[in-house]
Design a protein around this ligand. Structure first.
Ligand code: SF4
Length: 499
């Protein structure tokens, strides 16, 4: 019998998997594109493998074969390694240019027709597109496009780009692409492929990351630098907010079709989404997370014998907290890294035994001790309840909890799978209520200004916030058209033109 709490969240003992319990924000998607390399597909598969943390539901690659003058596509549900580790699959995707995508669905069911890259034959040739982010006016555009006769192939927000491109009357591809992205709102990093060009674009605020790299003279566009590191590619620079990059035989063109805006990248990329070995916006993600722990120790110290990270995402902050507090750091929780591969389905009776598939307590490190647990964020709180109970059952004398980010009080609409507001613990309880709920002796979160200090700023600039941070502040950086239902004047322009 499954036990649930008053928020309707499952309390089954064994499942400490934050992801499985939806008790974490999930980044949705990673993109990779390369132009002018004989091993384009194999390199794309490796890049996607390095981006697997950005999406585990499905993956896909589209390659363009210059000799045969045709596109080849392979899209599958499952992990990158499940599909693209097989030589015969790579051999089915010949070509010197390719784009790829790893997916975790925010919009559109987890079905094959939503797996990216999406492809369409347009006037002037085929175009494959892969998207990280979420378009906050996709529904309104979609409704209008269908009303005007468009036939949708998927339920993904990304597909509207293909239809808007198809409707532009401009001659050059780049002009048509700019026409299309001028109509969309929200967060996006795109990589796209035509029979002649690799395309990259970042939304006017640069909410989702995109970097430019190079390998053996072949330009690469991808979500994170870890995808460059895995193939030994050189990091060239970040794609700027509002920039469109066109890579062709003649080299790299950069276009800035939007009015200049101050970049506001998603601050959660630093807290949790990006891989710790990635450099985002010139900052080492690992170093930022250590700084979060250091600022947390300054703001909310704890009287404890050991600092224990909630692995893996809590590790860098726990190191920073331990060093700043001068309290020993101990691996009090051991993570089983092979949960994803286990096929041992415990029976209900086994589950009652409290099998712990992913995390287990390291008694030697916590028994008889006052411990302070460090985690990167707290969303629904269900995992924290279990971790506190697990530490107590392992003999911890006191269990203090410190969260290396501010309370999450608002859902995201920019490509992150967040529970509804009423499922967010911090949107339901005050601090004491949350402490009581997770069963800790004390609980504290990093402040918003502490978060900004860890990022290297004196504090948050309320007039011109340096980052997108609305899951903590409720200040959404762009209109939420689909949420508010109003159609903006700009959208009418192309549709008027189309009708
Ligand atoms: S709500 Fe904003 S800051 Fe939070 S994850 Fe989403 S884009 Fe990032």
């Amino acid at each position: 019998m499954s036990v649930s709490n008053e928020l309707g969240q499952s309390l089954d003992r064994d499942n400490l998997d934050k992801q499985a319990m939806g008790d974490t924000l999930r980044e949705e998607c990673g993109v990779f594109g390369i132009f002018g390399h004989p091993d384009a597909t194999a390199l794309t598969a490796l890049g996607l493998h390095a981006l697997q943390h950005r999406g585990q539901e499905a993956s896909g690659i589209v390659a363009y074969d210059n000799e045969a003058k045709r596109f080849h596509s392979e899209r599958r549900l499952g992990l990158v390694g499940d599909t693209f580790s097989k030589r015969h699959v790579i051999e089915r995707l010949p070509g010197s240019a390719a784009v790829g995508h790893v997916r975790y669905s925010t919009t559109g069911e987890t079905i094959l027709r939503n797996v990216q890259p999406l492809f369409a034959e347009l006037d002037g040739g085929g175009f494959a597109v892969a998207h990280n982010g979420n378009l906050t006016n996709a529904l309104s555009l979609r409704r209008q496009l269908v009303r005007d006769g468009a036939i949708m192939q998927s339920t993904s927000d990304t597909e509207v780009i293909l239809h808007l491109l198809a409707r532009s009357k401009r001659a050059r591809f780049v002009e048509r692409f700019v026409d299309a992205i001028r109509e969309i709102e929200g967060a996006y990093s795109f990589v796209g492929l035509t029979n002649k060009k690799l395309v990259g674009a970042r939304d006017p605020l640069g909410i989702r990351p995109l970097v430019l790299g190079e390998l053996d003279g072949a330009p690469i566009l991808t979500s994170e630098t870890c995808a460059l590191d895995i193939i030994g590619a050189k990091f060239v620079r970040d794609v700027e907010n509002g920039e469109v990059i066109i890579v062709g035989e003649a080299g790299i063109e950069s276009h800035k079709p939007f009015p200049v805006m101050q970049p506001r990248p998603c601050i959660f990329e630093y807290i949790y989404f990006a891989r710790p070995d990635s450099v985002v916006g010139g900052k080492s993600v690992y170093q930022v997370r250590r700084n979060l722990g250091t600022e947390l120790a300054k703001e909310s110290p704890a009287t404890a014998d050991v600092v224990v990270p909630v692995p893996d995402s809590g590790v860098p902050a726990a190191i920073g907290f331990a060093q700043a507090s001068n309290i020993p750091y101990e691996l009090g929780i051991i993570r089983n890294h092979y949960v994803g591969r286990t096929f041992i389905e415990p029976t209900q009776q086994i589950r009652e035994l409290g099998v712990r598939m992913k995390h287990s307590a390291n008694r030697a490190a916590v028994a008889g001790k006052r411990i302070v647990l460090i985690d990167d964020s707290l969303v629904r709180g269900t995992t924290s309840v279990k971790i506190v109970r697990m530490m107590r059952e392992a003999g911890a004398k006191e269990v203090h909890f410190r969260i290396a980010s501010p309370p999450i009080t608002h859902p995201d609409f920019y490509g992150i799978d967040t529970p509804d507001k009423d499922k967010l613990l911090a949107a339901t309880y005050d601090l004491e209520g949350m402490r009581n709920y997770i069963g800790a002796d004390s609980l504290a979160f990093l402040s918003v200004d502490g978060l900004y200090r860890a990022m290297g700023h004196e504090k948050r600039n309320p007039e011109k916030p340096q980052y997108t941070d609305h899951c903590f502040t409720g200040e959404y950086p762009t209109p939420l058209t689909d949420k508010t239902g109003e159609i903006t004047p700009r959208q009418l322009s192309l549709l008027a033109e189309a009708s």
